[in-house]
Design a protein around this ligand. Structure first.
Ligand SMILES: Cc1ncc(C[n+]2csc(CCOP(=O)(O)OP(=O)(O)O)c2C)c(N)n1
Length: 662
């Protein structure tokens, strides 16, 4: 590779040439100032993009203002090119209200709908799947928009990269995947990161057009990306772009560059994108020293003034109520009454009906999942949906849970609701990161809701073993920002699913597979809602409160049927997060004895927390220690007798007896 940059201006006007210069100069000057402030301890971490500015600037300049860009931690130029007032950026870095996250997230971990920017989460990879979702929304809206997402070459090693490119290619999504190959991922050189010559070569494997671009040549970046973006707008498709560049400073300022050879740094210093461009513009007599000085003075003044604004802004005063409230997007729950006309249907049919009526109600709602289209899903819940709603809205996905959850979030960013079907709840572990880090934290971080329902066919009793029978709700009830719904009856399943889809927040919707085809009930035929967060008192008694949910409710019902003398309040939680503590406490205060029954293994299950809450809030009313019935502390086995031993059901009777006799 040569250390020379060959600039070709072609039809780019003089004004554009100068504008590209000014746009590159701005992040450079901001960074130089930030490095000083960092040394003075006035800002926290800093990730430098010095030497990589041409990429951010060129790509942003090639996109239209309302086309989404998804930058990473070295793309200051994206934010400044979109003309975000600098004081807002400074306030963001200082954790102040004029920033974008109310002090809740640092550096570039934020987005802004106002400027069509979706910022990263620390985990890097999910960013790529979000772009798929935004591009899918653009495609569905037929608005001829492209979106651009950034990643470093280190990030391309994550499974998310593979998944996102694969999905984008299979679905022909209009995304520009921009890889900034800057030589190192933290201290790891490219030779230890991937074993192919160019990252662009990977395009072939995805059936995707790809290009290598000199990331230090602003004119090459701008011209090529403009041309490719224009072509994508006409013919939607993903394109992989590898920008060759170099990270001139440490991963973050504190970590330095000791591990980089001096001659490598010297080589790349000669290729500095800004200095070289200045030389070119001066040679062409486009940039004069007077203009250069004027620009520098103007930007330096702007930086100083805006820093003053940010400094003079008061620090955030913690407000407990606001912190708690902002975890979810507020919305007005609409109660729609169930009709008097009913049909005797199974649990599985009720879910299917709720889903179908929601597809009719929200005419842009998208369902995504493995085999959900023509095949109807492995449980046949979406059977016939393709004929009714078309393949655009009922989407078969590749086996890419992480990218699909991220893509659902991208749809939400674009104002479209999504239902994601996990083929089995067990497989959510492959999409766990975006669920708990992206969807759950989004509204709290930057007031962007994640309007997504993740359907979770779960549970035991079907002899399916450790990877097809788990009931893993506790993985999510512990994560602030997620709602967790777990119905036990067909009517609740339908009403709660409709309510979950109407709720603009992320909902994990657990559907017990053992109930799918074993329970028939009369279910209202209309489109109705059942409120999330409200438990149901199924039976009223005086001696004991039994609290349960999902399939375990049916164990308790069976027990009570066979033990008519036991006078119990039976509470079906229906929603685990948010929890209906009011109903729980009222019952406990009446009976004084409590037993919690869950299908999940004991330790760390929701019952443990409910038990703690009861002890903390109803201690004086208790006549006995709270008891928990749950499954064994083993993975769930498949052989029927082993599974039976595993499940708490066979310990229910004994525990209730002990409690009643206490
Ligand atoms: C999933 C995950 N693993 C590890 C990290 C720690 N980490 C943050 S940035 C980084 C290097 C990223 O390298 P690259 O993608 O090449 O981007 P660059 O920093 O070079 O711009 C690492 C290892 C992380 N943030 N997320």
């Amino acid at each position: 590779m040569s250390d020379k940059i060959k600039f070709i201006a072609n039809s780019i006007t003089k004004e554009q040439l100068l504008s590209l210069y000014k746009n590159m100069l701005k992040p450079r000057l901001i960074e130089e100032k930030m490095l000083i402030l960092l040394r003075q301890g006035k800002i926290s971490k800093w990730f430098s993009g010095i030497g990589q500015e041409a990429i951010s600037i060129g790509v942003t300049a090639a996109l239209e203002e309302d086309e989404y860009i998804l930058p990473m931690h070295r793309n200051l130029g994206v934010f400044t090119s979109r003309d975000i007032p600098l004081y807002r950026l400074f306030s963001q870095w200082q954790g102040k209200m004029n920033g974008f996250t109310k002090g809740r997230d640092r550096s570039f971990h934020f987005g802004t709908q106002e400027y069509h920017i979706v910022g990263m989460i620390s985990h890097l990879g999910p960013q790529l799947g979000i772009a798929d979702g935004i591009a899918l929304a653009n495609k569905l809206k037929k608005n001829n928009k492209v979106c651009a997402v950034f990643t470093g070459e280190g990030g391309t090693s994550e499974g998310d990269f593979h998944e996102a490119l694969n999905v984008a290619s299979v679905w022909s999504l209009p995304v520009l995947f921009c890889v900034e190959n800057n030589g190192y991922g933290l201290s790891t050189p490219t030779s230890e990161q991937f074993n192919c010559k160019n990252i662009a070569d990977k395009g072939i494997g995805y059936g995707m057009e790809s290009h290598i671009i000199d990331g230090n040549n602003i004119l090459e970046v701008y011209a090529k990306v403009s041309e490719i973006a224009a072509s994508i707008r006409k013919k939607p498709r993903p394109v992989l772009l590898e920008f060759k560049t170099f990270r001139m400073r440490g991963h973050e300022e504190a970590s330095g560059t000791k591990y980089v050879a001096a001659e490598t740094l010297e080589f790349w210093a000669k290729k500095d994108p800004l200095e070289n461009y200045i030389t070119f513009l001066k040679k062409k007599k486009i940039l004069t020293t007077a203009i250069e000085t004027a620009y520098k003075e103007e930007i330096t003044k702007e930086i100083s003034e805006h820093l003053e604004i940010a400094y003079s802004e008061e620090k955030i005063t913690p407000n407990l109520e606001t912190e708690l409230k902002d975890v979810f997007k507020e919305y007005q729950y609409e109660e729609i009454q169930p009709s008097a006309t009913t049909k005797n249907i199974r649990f599985v049919d009720a879910i299917s009906e709720g889903l179908e009526q929601s597809m009719q109600k929200h005419n842009d709602l998208v369902i995504m999942g493995q085999d959900v289209a023509e095949y109807g899903g492995v449980f046949k819940i979406t059977d016939g949906f393709v004929e009714k709603f078309g393949k655009e809205r009922v989407r078969n996905t590749p086996i890419c849970e992480s990218a699909i959850v991220s893509a659902a979030y991208g749809l939400s960013v674009s104002g479209i609701k999504a239902v994601v079907e996990m083929q089995f709840a067990d497989f959510v572990s492959s999409g766990f990161n975006p669920v708990v880090n992206l969807l759950a934290k989004s509204h709290y971080r930057w007031q962007q809701n994640a309007d997504i329902v993740v359907r979770m066919p779960c549970g035991a009793g079907v002899g399916a073993g450790p990877f097809h029978s788990q009931t893993n709700e506790a993985w999510f009830t512990k994560t602030p920002g997620l709602k967790v719904v777990y119905p036990a009856f067909p009517q609740d399943a339908k009403g709660l699913l409709i309510a979950a889809i109407n709720d603009p927040n992320p909902v994990l919707f657990f559907e017990h597979k053992g109930l799918y085809r074993s329970i028939y009930k009369d279910v209202p035929e209309n489109y109705f809602t059942t409120e999330i967060g409200k438990a149901a008192v199924l039976k009223e008694g005086k001696d004991v409160t039994i609290i349960s949910y999902g399939a375990a409710i049916h164990w308790v019902l069976e027990y009570l049927e066979n033990n008519a003398a036991v006078s119990a309040d039976l509470i079906d939680l229906r929603t685990l997060q948010p929890l209906d503590t009011e109903t729980i406490y009222a019952s406990v205060k009446k009976t004084g004895k409590v037993i919690l029954v869950q299908e999940d293994s004991l330790f760390g299950g929701i019952s443990s927390d409910i038990s703690a809450l009861i002890h903390e809030n109803c201690f004086e009313s208790l006549d006995a220690p709270v008891r928990r019935v749950a499954s064994l502390e083993t993975p769930i086995p498949f052989e029927p007798n082993l599974e039976k031993q595993y499940l708490g059901k066979n310990r229910l009777e004994k525990t209730i007896k002990e409690l009643l006799n206490y």
